[in-house]
Design a protein around this ligand. Structure first.
Ligand code: KDG
Ligand code: MG
Length: 426
């Protein structure tokens, strides 16, 4: 079907499917879930319409991929057939409210994949880049941060320098902690960071005391070597208690971090009050959140500065509302963008970022060549900023033939134990 044919159909009459009028003239005819492992595991949802247009969504949940694949195949897809793909709001509500069982990473990951695929269809049918349906461009590009890490402070400094030389304006900086056999977030591979491993989960060993002594030394050295201008970020991976986080934030104040991420676990949202009482280092949290309810108190009490939720938390439909709430409370968005979010999610995130005023920054972790081989994409990086591209839809495709060369492999994120063996926050 050509674009003008699609538009004519859109203008034509209204049919009724399951109590809701079908006004766009398009209907969902089928949907399929693909699991593959091109460098790492991904779960990709493809929704087909009778207009020949399809949409893609990412349903990857690191270490629990097959749960979302089953949720979609066994429970969601049968309810989509015959619906109007333009009804993103009603279908979101149908899947969220209608299921009775709300929230959770599996449910919300599945809803996100459907929502993103539907926005992709709508933008393709209207022959426009997705950002135009989300308010249009509000900036020239999306500032991104890269990932530097080293087995020593010297190595970390060289990595940060490499990013600065490639034009990055912001760099997340991590470093191995002396005396600990491994440190989560510090990769063995210089180019690609992948915390999930095949087989049984790896076990890391943790000492908050050693960590808290070492990190200020890292940032003192990085600032001395690279100056004041570069934005520096750091991820604690939820490993401290609130008072420890307050102490670390205070010790890092001279180095003026852009943010200190996931300093503590955030199930107890009011726990952040303690951190806030002790430091002016900006706080970021939220990559594991899956609904606005995980962030409500953090946002409305202004306990954080940056919300790290991504389109995975219920899709574009949810993230636009969450960002609007955050904007009222001077909280900015800095979406999660690790390698376990597929290029489809990255594409959708960049359209969201491009059209949302209180987005401050976007995480950009390089995907492997195998991953990029499977997901042709319109987005690009240059001089510290990313562009979503101007292809209709979110601009990311899925090559089923290439994907078939990379079958799914079970993999897990590592678990984390204190030096004495006690299981601790990951
Ligand atoms: O699946 C877990 C990863 O996405 C996570 O380790 C990455 O903490 C992370 C980050 O900030 O990107
Ligand atoms: Mg993180």
């Amino acid at each position: 079907m050509t674009m003008s044919e699609t538009r004519r159909t859109i203008a034509s009459g209204t049919a009724v499917v399951n109590g809701i009028g079908v006004a766009s003239g398009l209907k969902i005819t089928d949907a399929k879930v693909f699991t593959c492992c091109p460098g790492r595991n991904f779960v990709t949802l493809k929704i087909y319409t009778d207009g020949g247009i399809y949409g893609l969504g990412d349903a990857t949940l690191n270490g629990r991929e097959l749960a979302v694949a089953s949720y979609l195949t066994d429970h969601v897809i049968p309810c989509l057939i015959g619906r109007d793909p333009f009804q993103t709001e009603d279908i979101w509500q149908y899947l969220y409210r209608g299921a009775y069982w709300r929230k959770g990473p599996v449910t919300m990951g599945a809803i996100s994949a459907v929502d993103v695929a539907l926005w992709d269809i709508k933008a393709k049918a209207l022959n426009t880049p997705l950002y135009n349906l989300l308010g249009g461009k509000v900036r020239n590009g999306v500032m991104v941060y890269g990932h530097a890490n080293g087995a020593s402070i010297d190595q970390a400094i060289e990595e940060v320098r490499g990013y600065a030389e490639r034009g990055y304006l912001a760099v997340r900086t991590q470093c191995a902690i002396p005396g600990l056999p491994s440190t989560y977030g510090v990769s063995k591979d210089k180019m690609f960071y992948e915390p999930a491993t095949l087989g049984q989960p790896e076990e890391n060993v943790w000492s908050s005391e050693s960590y808290m002594r070492h990190v200020p030394k890292l940032f003192e050295r990085v600032r001395t070597a690279l100056g004041e201008d570069l934005h520096l970020l750091h991820d604690v991976h939820h490993r401290l208690t609130p008072i420890q986080a307050g102490r670390l934030g205070k010790d890092l104040e001279p180095y003026r971090l852009f943010w200190l991420e996931d300093a503590v676990t955030a199930e107890l949202q009011e726990g952040f009050r303690i951190i806030r009482q002790h430091t002016t280092t900006p706080l970021a949290v939220g990559e594991v959140f899956d609904s606005v309810w995980d962030a409500r108190q953090l946002v409305t009490e202004q306990l954080i500065d940056y919300l790290r939720m991504s389109v995975r938390a219920g899709g574009i439909t949810a993230m636009k509302k969450i960002a609007a709430l955050a904007d009222l409370y001077h909280v900015q968005i800095g979406s999660h963008g690790a390698t376990d979010l597929s290029p489809v999610m990255m594409g959708a995130a960049l359209h969201f970022d491009m059209s949302t005023t209180n987005v401050a920054i976007q995480e950009f972790m390089r995907h492997t060549p195998e991953t990029l081989d499977v997901f042709p994409r319109a987005y690009s990086y240059a001089d510290g900023y990313m562009q979503p591209g101007d292809a209709p839809g979110h601009g990311v495709d899925f090559d089923e033939e290439r994907a078939a060369h990379y079958p799914y492999k079970r993999a897990y994120l590592p678990v984390n134990r204190k030096v004495d063996g006690t299981l601790w926050n990951w």
